[in-house]
Design a protein around this ligand. Structure first.
Ligand SMILES: [Zn+2]
Length: 677
């Protein structure tokens, strides 16, 4: 269970960098409806599309649930041109915005008018419950800044395009199954007509709000009355009890009931399990068939490992035995395939009990950039294990590590459990179970095209500037390398020290700490390793002093971002990354690496009160933190884990309110996808 998410820190800059020197005439809204003499040919007026700045256009497009996106104002004329627009996937409609001759279609003009009209419409009246709900829905949507993951497949072969088409269809089927599991599909019929509610339901994968400022408001829902989604993987009756997960954990048959690939059926008196492939036979057969069609369509003779994986995966979707698919998957590398496909039930965070594997499709192109890092890090991986084992201490013993460092992938689409309302997965190690996982033969990836667009980078920098003083900002780089190194080291550390298969006193981490705290400690170990290994690499001259300093700063800004999202979900579930971030920042504050000065000017020149990073103290303090965290895992020290949580997650050391106040001014990236073929 190892993925690193970064809900990135984004800002909506109304038309940053736009030239306002050339005011274009206002467009004639609804042009074409004027009465004209049909006998006289009237030249079609060339319409401008400059009513809304780019950020506002994209925001109102989301509110209108329209699959349109203004990519960039390439010529800085503040006018949306036909070559600046993208059609988005995963919307209820498909947008055909530009005709073959490169002109906007009538459909586009209609969409543009609807977006402008919505932006100028009278706000809803919050005096009624329904008005209040609609207002909250808008606010929830606005906490996301649509951020485009764009893939250009125009240069690929016709066969490759057919292959992409099949995989995209697999993605739609996976979406449907995931939304069934999560209880969203069953509520779809209750959706009201307004496009914003429908957009929220689409983006959030169900009726619940997802923005940090609105998620806990009981009125905030895509559906009036805020109905609770009933997860189809557990009996509906059972879910009436808020503590049903604990009930299952304490059940005599807990191991069987909480196994990852089975649905629970029956009632409290008699609970039983049904394999996913029986409980969801039809949708899983359809997925299997489409994966087979994708395998059949792959004509590139060099893609044998990919085809073998797809065939094995297609079979697993009918047998519920995921090991053969994992084995075939693990044989794929950056050298033997241009593609990265993972279609399986994998991560567990999505459901209330964090036990059942969620359906997802990750579809990406291999990016060869990982080889540079691999050639640097693979030769020292055993030494990394030695260092972390030394920090972990007894009874943990250094073991032989055989992990792969992250392969780099450029995401094409995320489907099912992969596509979250806000933020996206930046790194992932899979599988989570079975021999491939236990023998360290899985794959780790870093999603390198996420968060790298100019909007996201400038937004994140502004967030950093609102928290740090100017001197500390000197080590904050706007380049993508420090974040990438953080992700690489985080994922690498999942394979180091006490990991999934580690047991102390015959108990694994889930038995020792309970599921959610076990996840928290594993992620805390990984992210602490991401800081700890920086000095290891710097001392070996594998990275420069400058990159080392930048990577610490980046890790700290990453943690602020997660803290701003709050420590618990509305239902009281732990937010794993937020909590590990709070433990790290709290520890760095206590040990004097970070100091807060109420009177210091933040680097943005606007806020008073800022943190200073004391670079000279980082290395020894991070070393101590590594010892503390790896030691807790090594000893199965539940008391010490709970003490960390009490102090930093729930206690007053971390200025949670200030961090929230500064960072929640900025919307978070909400990823949207387009593939041009
Ligand atoms: Zn992780």
């Amino acid at each position: 269970m190892s993925r690193r998410t970064l809900t990135i820190l984004a800002i909506s800059i109304a038309c940053a960098g736009c030239k306002k020197t050339d005011p274009a005439p206002a467009p004639k809204e609804g042009s074409g409806s004027q009465q004209v003499d049909p006998a006289k040919p009237v030249p079609v007026p060339v319409r401008t599309h400059d009513v809304l700045p780019r950020a506002d256009f994209n925001r109102w497009a989301v509110r209108q649930n329209l699959p349109v996106y203004w990519i960039v104002d390439a010529d800085s004329d503040n006018n949306l041109d036909a070559n600046e627009v993208a059609s988005l996937l995963f919307y209820p409609t498909e947008g055909k915005w530009v005709s073959a001759d490169g002109k906007f279609t009538a459909e586009f003009e209609k969409a543009y008018d609807a977006i402008v009209a919505a932006s100028k419409a009278k706000p809803v009246d919050p005096a009624t419950d329904e008005g209040k709900r609609q207002k909250l829905v808008g606010e929830d949507l606005d906490q996301g800044r649509a951020s485009l993951v764009r893939s250009d497949a125009t240069a690929l072969s016709a066969d490759d395009k057919i292959f992409i088409g099949h995989i995209l269809r697999v993605g739609s089927l996976i979406d449907q199954l995931y939304e069934d599991h999560a209880g969203a599909s069953a509520l779809a019929a209750k959706l009201p007509a307004d496009p914003a509610s429908r957009s929220l339901f689409r983006r959030n994968r169900g009726p619940k709000c997802a923005g940090p400022a609105t998620e806990k408001d009981p009125l905030c829902s895509a559906i009036p009355g805020s109905p609770k989604p009933i997860y189809s993987i557990y009996p509906a009756e059972l879910q009436k009890d808020d503590k049903f997960c604990q009930l299952l954990e304490k059940h005599a048959d807990a191991k069987k009931l909480l196994a990852p690939f089975v649905a629970v059926r029956g009632d409290a008196a008699k609970l039983e399990t049904v394999p996913y492939t029986d409980a969801y036979k039809d949708p899983m057969t359809a997925i299997s068939n489409e994966i087979t069609a994708a395998a059949d369509s792959m004509k590139d003779p060099t893609e044998v490992p990919l085809v073998e994986y797809l065939r094995a995966a297609a079979k697993s979707f009918t047998t519920n035995d995921w090991n053969p698919a994992d084995e075939a998957w693990a044989k794929m590398t950056v050298d033997n395939s241009k593609w990265y496909v993972r279609v399986a039930p994998d991560e567990v965070y999505w459901e209330p009990c964090s036990q059942k594997a969620g359906m997802h499709l990750t579809f990406a192109r291999i990016n060869q950039g990982s080889k540079t890092w691999q050639s640097k890090l693979v030769p020292v991986q055993q030494e990394m294990e030695k260092e972390i084992a030394a920090r972990a201490g007894k009874p943990y013993k250094e073991r032989k590590v055989t992990f792969h460092l992250p392969d780099f992938i450029d995401i094409i689409v995320n489907a099912g459990n992969d596509r979250t309302p806000l933020g996206a997965t930046l790194g992932e190690s899979l599988p989570n179970w079975g021999p491939v996982a236990n023998e360290g033969r899985g794959r780790t990836v870093a999603m390198v095209n996420i968060n790298t667009d100019p909007d996201s980078r400038s937004a994140r920098k502004e967030q950093a500037e609102s928290m740090l003083d100017a001197a500390s900002m000197k080590n904050y780089a706007s380049t993508t390398e420090p974040s990438l190194l953080n992700t690489i080291l985080h994922e690498a550390t999942h394979n180091l020290g006490p990991a999934h298969e580690y047991k102390v006193g015959g108990k694994d981490a889930r038995d020792t700490f309970s599921g959610p705290v076990a996840s928290l400690m594993e992620e805390l170990k990984a992210q602490t390793g991401a800081l700890f290994l920086i000095e290891f690499l710097r001392a070996k001259k594998l990275i420069s002093d400058e990159l080392a300093a930048q990577t610490y700063a980046d890790g700290i800004v990453w943690a602020f971002g997660h803290i701003s999202e709050g420590m618990y979900e509305a239902d009281g579930k732990r937010k794993t990354y937020s909590e590990l971030a709070a433990i790290q920042i709290g520890y760095l504050i206590e040990k004097g690496v970070l100091t807060w000065d109420d009177k210091a000017a933040a680097a943005n020149g606007k806020d008073t009160g800022a943190f200073t990073i004391h670079s000279d103290k980082i290395v020894p303090v991070v070393d101590e933190l590594m010892k503390l965290v790896a030691g807790i895992k090594a000893r199965g020290d539940k008391v010490a884990a709970e003490a960390l949580i009490k102090k930093y997650v729930d206690g007053p050391v971390v200025p949670h309110a200030t961090i929230k106040d500064r960072l929640l001014r900025f919307p978070k990236a909400s990823f949207v996808y387009s593939v041009t073929m």
